[in-house]
Design a protein around this ligand. Structure first.
Ligand code: ZN
Length: 389
């Protein structure tokens, strides 16, 4: 590969970071686990030394591929923001551009999420971890099917934070569940393909693209550019920070500082998976993000098996949670919600109750998706690896 090697390789594109920076290209960044906030230049933010180097790939090859993708879509991001700022723009026009960039946006998502999650939490060596990443991002059919899932099944809207107060997660795209039930269907932590989900795609500290199914706050109307309230901003930023693995970024320091307290490393973690095939898998470890507190509460009840202690309680009995209230005035509604999901799973009801549309569940099983035709880059890596063995 020609050219000099890029040492600091960004897992969130610099041109996106720029939209979260001040005019000197400075952002506020946080190490969320350590509750630290500091100011830094975008050249130093959301990057790691030689993130994308694989011993069997040509130096800088993956980094170069990402730069090419960025080069082709950065102008479209710029245009989008200009149109949104111009006030006279039509939502139809905006949407057209969004649909045009969605494929690349999904690549950005995997590029960041995979690096930060699969590469740092799994105990594989770096080459193998990079293979996982390549498998996703260079599988055009997979990326295409995810893009199509979003475009065909979710409502579209733009949201605006008047004071540039949106955060940005190091996973790039953030997702949150809008109802507890989705957490027991055929899931991944990416949520794409499920009902009752909001998908948050960052444009800048002022604008986010959202795709959603289910009950969103009422200042988010589909097919509109929405100015959101402080309450909604709070919910969304909390979801964004909880989508972060190590870092979050903001233009406004205080917003980042305030939301850091809401970060939970150990969000409810045990998840029951129910696959389209009817197979159940118990207690997979997942980090889940909910937009609303009630859904999180119901989820915890289920995930920690605490619902068992409510099973034989009468409506007028004292609630076993220790609140001194009657069951019917306390945890009954949450328990009923959870009980219904449990029964649905046992009866193996049609999973479409929980899914957008089973034919669109792109996250169905990574293993199935891997069996798609192998991407060229991955082939090269495999060939090279076999030779050395
Ligand atoms: Zn209670």
């Amino acid at each position: 590969m020609k050219g000099t090697q890029v040492i600091k390789q960004h897992y969130v594109s610099k041109f996106i970071l720029k939209n979260f920076a001040n005019h000197k290209e400075q952002v506020f960044e946080s190490l969320i686990g350590e509750s630290k906030v500091y100011q830094t230049n975008i050249n130093q933010s959301m990057c790691k030394k030689l993130t994308y180097e694989h011993s069997e790939l040509e130096q800088n090859s993956l980094e170069t591929t990402f730069s090419e993708i960025e080069g082709s879509i950065a102008p479209k991001f710029k245009l989008l923001i200009q149109l949104l700022d111009s006030e006279e723009s039509e939502i139809v026009e905006i949407k057209k551009i969004v649909l045009d960039i969605i494929y690349e946006v999904i690549i950005f998502y995997y590029r960041s999420g995979a690096v930060l999650h699969e590469m740092s939490f799994q105990k594989e060596n770096k080459d193998q971890q990079l293979m996982n990443l390549l498998r996703h991002i260079s599988n055009s059919e997979y990326i295409y099917s995810l893009s199509k899932t979003i475009v065909d099944n979710y409502n579209f809207a733009i949201i605006r934070s008047a004071n540039n107060e949106f955060l940005l997660s190091d996973q790039y795209i953030s997702t949150a569940s809008l109802n507890v039930k989705t957490r027991f269907a055929n899931i991944s932590n990416r949520h794409i393909g499920l009902k009752n989900v909001i998908i948050l795609i960052p444009l800048s500290s002022k604008y986010y693209i959202v795709f959603f199914d289910g009950s969103v706050p009422n200042d988010i109307q589909k097919e509109r550019i929405n100015n959101i309230s402080t309450d909604t901003l709070f919910l969304l930023n909390r979801a964004i920070i909880n989508n972060s693995y190590h870092k979050s970024v903001a233009q406004v320091e205080n917003v980042l500082k305030e939301r850091l307290a809401d970060f939970k490393y150990h969000s409810p973690a045990k998840t029951i998976l129910s696959y389209a095939s009817g197979l159940h898998k118990s207690f997979t470890l997942k980090k889940e993000v909910f937009l609303y507190d009630d859904d999180e509460k119901a989820y915890e009840l289920f995930a920690n098996l605490e619902y068992q202690k409510f099973m034989y309680v009468g409506r007028n009995d004292t609630c076993p949670c220790g609140s001194d209230l009657k069951f019917k005035k306390c945890c009954l509604s949450v328990y009923e919600k959870v009980d219904k999901i449990k029964n649905d799973m046992q009866m193996q009801v049609n999973p479409t109750t929980y899914m957008i549309n089973s034919k669109y569940v792109a996250e169905k099983s990574i293993d199935e998706l891997i069996s798609f035709e192998e991407p060229e880059l991955l082939k090269q890596v495999k060939e090279a690896t076999t030779k050395t063995e």
